[in-house]
Design a protein around this ligand. Structure first.
Ligand code: GLU
Length: 477
């Protein structure tokens, strides 16, 4: 069997899209499972949409996700990347072959004529298509002409899709598509087919939105007399409302997820779960495990919803699985303004609840910041007792806490001193300890209370309790 080779062929039109990462993952996995190659081809023939720097970003995103391509510019000694804009001579050579064989033809129909034909077809409720005028009445001059494929007028074109099975398209509904534009640049269809053939791509694995182009590609392969690759069209990623994923409803740039502090392993795991499943519905798995278990028949055809809450949950799982020192290193790589010592001091406490690295500073501010805004609304909710009763109990606490020597301000000692308080004063443990928690942190969700009291320190704890008492006193009864 010939070597398995897959590719992604993004257009460099901006920051790489999450859909590109999704296609890259499945192409990578299938190639690696079969000891094959995974190739990057930059489809940059549409110069109006070209964005400088985008190619570099694509490479960085792939490398961050650990989906490095073979023949990549980031790997020394390789011959990629493939850029279509550097291959124009190749496309010209092949278009000549089609013209000579009578399988393609020049067309010089003007925009206005094409528009008129389309309008007439629409008024007759026909599918808009080129009426093939130049196929039967060739233009005399060809310098400003486009080249079109001569598509058979009847019969059918079959696409055998590894995910969707056999799909049949009627030829009479397939347009005599443009292969080469009047400026000598190839269209996507032409360049993509020639490149997939010359680069010996064995499996074209891409998003569902390209499925309707595939019969055109099959016809082109046939016109060239080339062997078809295998095709697989991945389901489309969807927004919560089931529409095609779009930046209006969902962040789509890979870079967004990197900046938010999602771990690449978690993002890859999440993308793998989009439409594909592991045996026994295992939810957390490595890229290696995916490679070992990958088959096309585990991919569904229904477009999976890109559920950011699920991604958050997965990311939290990956964060917890990291050794503390690695998590500290990652946080210090640009996700926190706090020092190494500060981060190390609290990492085990906050690791449990962290979902994204970018949330870290917000989560831990109360440990370190001098400035503190009492949250007396929440205190009133969690205390479960009247304002005055709460103030009394906080004043008692303040006295008690003041008596604790600085060097005894440790979680064990604090627990010993405070653990029987609720019973003594007739409050439930929840009411009492939640009140203290909100007093010192401003929130009712924190790591264990005595741990945070120890880290925040006696000074700040006393100040915050006093500040809360003053704020409560200002409230009307
Ligand atoms: N240039 C197309 C894109 O931007 C490639 C589609 C394909 O994989 O054939 O996604």
């Amino acid at each position: 069997m010939s070597k398995i080779r897959t590719r992604i062929a993004p257009s460099p039109t901006g920051s790489p899209h999450i859909g590109t990462a999704y296609a890259a993952l499945f192409n990578y996995v299938f190639a690696k499972k079969n000891k094959g190659d995974f190739i990057l081809r930059i489809e940059d023939t549409d110069r109006t949409r070209f964005v400088e720097g985008s190619e570099q970003e694509i490479n960085e995103a792939l490398s961050w996700l650990d989906l490095d391509t073979d023949e990549s510019p980031l790997k020394k000694g390789n011959f990629g990347p493939y850029r279509q804009s550097e291959r124009l001579e190749i496309y010209k050579e092949y278009i000549e072959k089609l013209l000579t064989a009578g399988k393609a033809y020049y067309c010089d129909c003007s925009e206005q004529r094409l528009l008129k034909v389309r309008e007439e077809q629409q008024s007759r409720k026909e599918n808009p298509h080129y009426d093939r005028k130049c196929r039967y009445d060739p233009p005399i001059k060809t310098n400003n002409a486009v080249v079109r494929l001569s598509v058979a007028l009847d019969g059918e074109t079959e696409v055998e899709d590894l995910i969707r099975g056999r799909i049949v398209f009627e030829n009479k509904l397939i347009d005599d598509q443009v292969l080469m534009k009047s400026d000598g640049f190839p269209t996507y269809h032409l360049a993509s087919v020639i490149d997939d053939h010359l680069m010996e791509i064995s499996h074209v694995i891409r998003a569902e939105e390209w499925l309707s182009s595939t019969p055109k590609h099959v016809l082109l392969y046939q016109a060239f007399g080339w062997k078809l690759p295998h095709f697989a069209h991945l389901p489309l990623l969807r927004n919560q409302d089931k529409s095609k994923i779009s930046k209006r409803k969902n962040p789509v740039a890979v870079e967004f997820y990197r900046r938010e502090g999602y771990l690449p392993e978690a993002l890859v795991n999440f993308l793998a779960l989009m439409g594909w499943s592991m045996p026994h519905d295992q939810e957390i798995f490595t890229l290696e495990e995916m490679i070992n278990n990958f088959t096309f028949d585990r991919i569904g055809t229904v477009g999976p919803v890109f559920d950011v809450q699920k991604l958050d949950w997965l990311n939290g799982e990956y964060i917890r699985a990291l050794p503390d020192h690695e998590l500290v290193k990652l946080l210090l790589s640009g996700f926190t303004k706090y020092s190494k010592d500060q981060v190390e001091l609290i990492i085990t406490l906050v690791k449990e609840r962290l979902k994204k690295l970018s949330e870290f500073d917000k989560f831990v501010a109360y440990f370190f910041e001098e400035e503190f805004n009492p949250n007396v609304e929440l205190i009133q909710v969690v205390s479960g007792h009247s304002k005055n009763d709460t103030i009394d109990k906080l004043n008692d606490l303040l006295l008690e806490a003041k008596r604790i020597e600085n060097n005894n301000w440790g979680k064990k000692n604090l627990e010993d001193i405070l653990k029987n308080k609720p019973d003594q004063i007739g409050w439930s443990k929840t009411n009492y300890f939640q009140t203290i928690r909100v007093c010192v942190s401003g929130t009712n969700q924190t790591p264990p209370l005595f741990d945070i009291l120890e880290v925040i320190g006696k000074d700040k704890v006393l100040k915050r309790i006093s500040a809360n008492i003053s704020e409560l006193e200002k409230l009307s009864d």
